[in-house]
Structures are given as structure tokens and as C-alpha cells.
Design a binder for this molecule. Structure first.
Ligand code: 0X9
Ligand code: ZN
Length: 424
């Protein structure tokens, strides 16, 4: 039996809205398209209420998608009708989330809130701990490190950057701008960014060459409200967006997707105008205070900006512009060379394969993201890095594997920064 897309919409019925839920009985499927028709069909599901945790349009590449008990029968029929290669990678997401939170409670008892000294990679930290940590670093290394308040989230959490220099006092160096925590549930992102900070500050001697010609400006947690929300309990674990409330058809839905909220081809492709969708572009571009902070940083740094790097999860990708069109920017060969260098360094060190290419061509078309905006604002090199996702909930390694993945990420970032030294 063949399904038309129209029929598919009817069959799958009500779209999943972005809301807190317990995910009891929800499954995660891995699907691997082998024909263009299969890839198109799967991509269409992301507009029919299916939450893709990682999505690729490349044939033979796996995507992972959450399927609710209500969607299950039709989803299975669809896979069968179109002979799409698939497997269940988690048969009860709710149980895995509950287990992760139970472990998290234990970890908190064993290693309580810190804010002084080096952070271990033994658990995921909250907003307050991250702020305390960078504030403390600035106190301990006043000649090389400074911290600046750059704004507040919708719920009035402070957003701070940490600028890391080699302390030689030279002004006007080129800048690498790094951020993390755009999407709330991607906890490994801020964890990886904290590890970069640790390496540049505490392992200064080993990395002095990366601070000779560059200053690093780092915003470890962009979507502070969403991140905190995702840590409040099992129901909120899969939260992605910011937390500003929006009314829609008599109900309140929360947040915009910060990575669809930038004013560059805003809301043209791969974004939603429905406030209850996980990819809601916002009522206007820059409706979210958090994206305004990133925008203003980009503009203030662009004339010195050499690379904008934003850390997400997951799927092992190094992506460069454009994400709003399948066209490539003029200097795409440079972008490709930087991304390739990162991918090769990681593969040589750990064997992990990163796929690299333009966002639209490798992943899917999605406009209004920070990488496109950073490039448009003047950063010659702008890259989204999608880290490894190894947990049974799809996102994030279990705490026992954080160390492995953040060290791997650093290998890629360091190699890309070294490549820039060679190129510019
Ligand atoms: O869709 C996104 O925002 C990113 N993937 S994620 O799974 N972390 O949500 C990818 C963004 C790639 N860049 C552009 N489309 N411009
Ligand atoms: Zn993301």
C-alpha cells in the first residue's frame, strides 16, 4: 500500500505539541532512508508532530525519532509500506528519563553544588554552578580571564561571557566566539563548552598557541531558562525552546526555538509559526532576549571575528552555512577545510566519524539559525557542531561518559582553531 503525504497527515492526526510529558511508553526509532523518496517522507514527519532527536537527509545516514503510543501503529505501517530500514533503540523513553533523574539525584548527593576550583566531568551542572564557576575563574586568573554580564534571560537569569586571553594585554586580537546551550535538552553542549574553558585557562601552557593571536569569547549557556527547566524533573527533560509564554488558540505554549529566531531569512524554511511547535520561530525575529544577547555579541565582535562556533547535540556533524538554502557561500571551500580538519582530528584520535558539510545539504533546511546569522554578521567561519549523543534518552551521554565526549570535542575544536591559524 502506498501512502500519499496528504493521507499521511490525516492518518497521523494531531501534532505533538511541545509540552512537558512523561514519555511513558514512547519509543525512539532509528530510521535509515535508502532512497530519496524515503528521505523526503521521513523529513515530512518532522512537520507532522514527530520529534526528531537527530535528523539527516543523507541516504544511508541514521535519524532518530520519538514515536508516541498513539502514533505507533500508523508509524509502523508507514515504515512497512515504504520499506524503510528501522530499529527500536529505546522501547520506553519515560523509563530511561526516570532512571537518568534517579541517578542525577544520587550524583548530587555525592558531589554537591560547587563553584570553586576546577569542575569535574562527573555530572551536568546547573545555571548557577556554571556562573559561579566562570566568576571564580576570573577571580583566580585576573590577568588572563574576565567575565562580563551580557544580558538576562526572559526569566531574568543572568547571562555572562567569559573572555580568555593570554594576558599579554594586546588589544584588538582576532576573536573566536563560542557558545553552548541553545537547546535546553542538549546538556552535553554546556558541558563541552566548560571543558574548552578549562583547557584554555587551566591548561594554558599546552594551549598557549591558541591564545597568541586570538582571544576567545565564550557564552557557555545561551538558553538558561530552558536548560534549568529541563533539569526540574522528568516531565521537562525533553524541553528544547526558551520559556517566554505565548498564547495560541486559547492555550499557553512556552518558548521559541532560539535557533529559528535570528533575523536572517527568518521563518522562511524549516521553522514553524505555531507557538506550540518545537521549532517555533517566535512572533518576530529576535523576540527572545537570549537571541538578542547573541546577536549583539556577534555585532560587537564581528570586525575581529574569525570563527563563530556553536555547540549542539547530537549526530556527530560539523555544519557550515547555509542552512536557509542549498546554495553554498563564496568561501565554502575554506569552511569545508576547517570542518574537515576538525572531523579528521577526532577520527584519528578516537575513531568517531563526524560528517561535515553545509547544514542544508547534510542535515535539513532550517532558516533563522545562529550559524547563518553569525556568518552574515561577518564571521568568516561559522560552524555548528553536533556532538555525540549516546544516552538511552537520545540526548547526552550518561554521566559516566561525559569525560570521553567532552575531551573528544575539544580535540576537534583545537584542531579547527589551529587550522584557522594556518589559514588567516
Ligand atoms: O535544527 C537545529 O537547530 C540544529 N540541530 S539540533 O538537533 N541541535 O536542533 C541544526 C542547525 C543547523 N544550522 C542551520 N540550519 N542553519
Ligand atoms: Zn540543538
Amino acid at each position: 500500500m502506498k501512502f500519499s503525504l496528504g493521507l499521511l497527515v490525516l492518518l497521523l492526526g494531531a501534532a505533538l505539541v511541545a509540552a512537558d510529558r512523561d514519555y511513558e511508553g514512547y519509543r525512539i526509532y532509528e530510521v535509515i532512508p535508502s532512497t530519496i523518496d524515503q528521505a523526503k517522507l521521513l523529513h515530512q514527519l518532522s512537520f507532522e508532530g514527530f520529534d526528531f532527536l537527530s535528523e539527516s537527509r543523507l541516504l544511508g545516514h541514521p535519524s532518530q525519532v520519538i514515536v508516541s503510543p498513539e502514533q505507533l501503529e500508523q508509524f509502523q505501517q508507514l515504515l512497512e509500506a515504504h520499506q524503510i530500514d528501522s530499529s527500536v533503540v529505546n522501547s520506553n523513553l519515560g523509563a530511561s528519563i526516570a532512571e537518568e533523574f534517579a541517578q542525577r539525584q544520587m550524583q548530587r548527593l555525592l558531589s554537591p553544588i560547587t563553584g570553586k576550583g576546577r569542575l569535574s566531568n562527573e555530572r551536568y551542572y546547573n545555571h548557577e554552578e556554571i556562573i559561579n564557576y566562570i566568576d571564580d575563574l576570573a577571580k583566580r586568573y585576573p590577568h588572563r580571564v574576565y567575565v562580563k554580564t551580557v544580558g538576562w534571560s526572559y526569566e531574568k537569569r543572568v547571562l555572562k561571557t567569559i573572555t580568555i586571553t593570554n594576558g599579554d594585554g594586546k588589544a584588538g586580537k582576532k576573536v573566536i566566539f563560542l557558545d553552548g546551550g541553545f537547546h535546553a535538552r542538549e546538556w552535553i553542549s554546556p558541558a563541552a563548552v566548560l571543558y574548552v574553558i578549562d583547557q584554555l585557562v587551566e591548561q594554558f601552557e599546552q594551549n598557549a598557541h591558541l591564545l597568541q593571536d586570538y582571544d576567545w569569547v565564550i557564552l557557555p549557556l545561551v538558553n538558561a531558562d530552558g536548560y534549568e527547566h529541563s533539569q526540574t524533573g522528568t516531565l521537562a527533560r525533553m524541553w528544547r525552546k526558551t520559556r517566554q509564554p505565548y498564547n495560541y488558540a486559547g492555550q499557553t505554549c512556552y518558548g521559541a526555538d532560539p535557533n529559528r529566531n535570528f533575523a536572517f531569512h527568518w521563518n522562511e524554511e524549516g521553522a514553524s509559526s505555531n507557538p506550540c511547535s518545537d521549532t517555533y520561530a517566535g512572533p518576530t525575529a529576535f523576540s527572545e532576549p537570549e537571541t538578542i544577547v547573541v546577536r549583539d555579541l556577534m555585532h560587537s565582535l564581528a570586525d575581529r571575528g574569525i570563527m563563530y562556533l556553536t555547540i549542539h547535540s547530537y549526530g556527530n556533524y560539523l555544519l557550515y552555512p547555509w542552512g536557509w538554502t542549498s546554495d553554498l557561500p563564496d568561501n565554502w571551500e575554506d569552511l569545508d577545510a576547517v570542518a574537515r580538519t576538525g572531523a579528521e582530528a577526532i577520527e584519528n584520535a578516537t575513531g568517531t566519524v563526524y560528517t561535515y558539510g553545509s547544514s542544508t545539504n547534510v542535515l535539513y533546511i532550517a532558516a533563522g539559525a545562529s550559524d547563518d546569522y553569525g556568518y552574515y554578521a561577518g564571521f568568516n567561519v561559522s560552524i555548528t557542531m553536533e556532538l555525540t549523543g549516546a544516552g538511552s534518552i537520545g540526548f547526552n551521554p550518561p554521566v559516566t561518559r561525559i569525560d570521553e565526549f567532552v575531551t573528544e570535542t575539544w580535540i576537534g575544536i583545537r584542531a579547527m582553531a589551529e587550522k584557522l591559524l594556518e589559514m588567516y
